[in-house]
Design a protein around this ligand. Structure first.
Ligand code: FES
Length: 195
């Protein structure tokens, strides 16, 4: 918006006559009050309000995430694994490999629960039935069916988990307790279920 500032030439000035001469008396222009541009005022207000609203929403979102953080759902550490007769003597059962990270291995004496975590750097080995061994795809470590390491960089055998009977007669695997061969823990009766 342009301001209407009177042109100097448009200002009425009194004319004085002195001894035949015409003397033009000029007066300084009166200061004009600057008018606040209302439209720009309101647009600045709108911008400020928008910024405030955005900041408030951002803070509300941050607070919301604080109270409702991302939750990582992990499988329970204890699970029932069916009945001993569900397992074939001499076989490695992989039905709980994906869901619980456990192989159940039955031999002529009983069943043990073997961890699927490679003891080198934590990859998941594959059971190669034809070769009767677990083979890690990451760096080539090999483990016998018992879990004992025999090739590759793995420094120690696979770990076993606690295994027992549940009240209903099913096999109960508890991953809260681990048993390490190199510490003599595979002799612990909780690491092996007699069948
Ligand atoms: S993680 Fe299994 S061999 Fe390296």
């Amino acid at each position: 918006m342009t301001e209407n500032v009177p042109n100097r030439s448009e200002i009425e000035v009194p004319i004085e006559e002195t001894k035949g001469e015409t003397v033009v008396k000029t007066e300084p222009p009166k200061p004009v009050k600057k008018q606040v541009d209302r439209r720009s005022f309101f647009s600045w207000m709108g911008l400020a309000w928008l910024s405030f609203t955005a900041a408030t929403l951002g803070m509300a979102a941050a607070i919301g995430r604080f109270f409702f953080p991302n939750v990582l759902f992990e499988p329970p550490l204890t699970f029932k694994a069916g009945y001993p007769e569900d397992y074939i003597i001499g076989a490695v059962d992989e039905r709980f490999k994906e869901s619980f990270g456990v192989w159940l291995v039955r031999n002529s004496e009983g069943i043990f629960a073997l961890s699927t975590v490679c003891t080198h750097l934590g990859c998941t080995p594959n059971w190669l039935g034809a070769e009767a061994k677990f083979k890690c795809p990451c760096h080539g470590s090999g483990f016998y069916k018992t879990g004992i390491n025999f090739e590759g960089p793995a420094p120690r055998p696979l770990e076993r988990y606690m295994i027992s009977y549940a009240e209903d007669g099913q096999i109960l695997v508890d991953k809260n307790r681990k048993f390490q061969y190199e510490k003599g823990q595979w002799k612990d009766p909780d690491s092996f279920l007699k069948v």
